[in-house]
Design a protein. Structure first.
Length: 263
């Protein structure tokens, strides 16, 4: 969060208050380098063997969203207009120095840099980075297991619900395993009451059947059909606001299954 604060503070002095507001209101994702590396290897292999095709689920799980990969001193600020994904790589000073664009479900990818000479090698690297970011989103949006989303024992959380003792404007960490293997199943959340604080539920792919609304074919679910569930704010601010840092981790077995299905 310190990096986000530094960038937001720098942007108004650069004459970019709108960008500052967008980043300040974004959902923030801390990406394990292992996820980015796995996405990069898969994207590179695809680049070598055939024309790269951007997955239809290569969209941000929140709009707007920012991504930090490991301890890199920059953020990837992502937006999506329903057709095109635009990514601005923003430095710690608030300057945008690379931009990546792709259209999910097509082979359209573009990338540019404001400070690097556009040699053939650099252009290839920038486009490969765009493909890697898109593949990373496909991984994040694949069927997954939420492991930890809040603190305290279940009994304590239910008691807090009953007494309205809920943290206001509190940060919490949402961890989930991406590309989870089919043998791992998430536990059903027993806290189904309506007294839940306002919190963000990220976009994701859900298992579906062919007759479901807006169902699409995919190799990523056991049924061969999926539904895209938009990210949205749920709950009520009267019971507090939970601001999230999203920290996915890579399930190696699940990733191997992901690659097998994609190929």
């Amino acid at each position: 969060m310190q990096l986000v604060k530094k960038i937001v503070e720098s942007l108004p002095s650069l004459g970019l208050p709108d960008v500052a507001g967008k980043i300040a209101s974004a959902q923030h994702f801390d990406i394990d380098p292992a996820i980015y590396e796995a996405a990069g290897k898969f994207a590179y292999q695809t680049f070598e063997s055939s024309e790269f095709f951007v997955d239809s689920i290569a969209v941000p799980p929140a709009v707007p969203a920012t991504f930090r990969i490991g301890d890199e001193p920059s953020l990837y600020a992502m937006s999506y207009d329903g057709s095109i994904v635009t990514v601005d790589q923003v430095s710690v000073t608030g300057a945008t120095y690379r931009q990546f664009v792709w259209k999910p479900g097509t082979n359209y990818i573009d990338a540019r840099s404001s400070f690097e000479r556009p040699t053939d090698e650099r252009v290839f690297t920038l486009h490969l980075t765009a493909a890697t970011l898109g593949m990373m989103l496909s991984l994040l949006n694949s069927p997954s297991l939420v492991e930890t989303s809040r603190g305290g024992l279940r009994q304590e959380r239910r008691a807090a619900n009953r007494s309205h003792r809920l943290p206001v404007d509190a940060w919490h960490c949402v961890r989930w395993r991406i590309a989870a293997s089919s043998k791992v199943e998430g536990a059903e959340d027993g806290d189904t009451g309506s007294r839940k604080p306002l919190h963000y539920r990220r976009g994701h792919v859900r298992k579906a059947q062919s007759h479901h609304l807006n169902a699409f074919t995919t190799e990523l679910t056991e049924t061969g059909w999926g539904q895209w569930i938009d990210g949205q704010w749920v709950g009520h601010p009267a019971f507090g606001i939970k601001k999230s840092i999203h920290t996915p981790s890579l399930d190696e077995d699940g990733f191997a299954e992901f690659v097998r299905r994609k190929k």
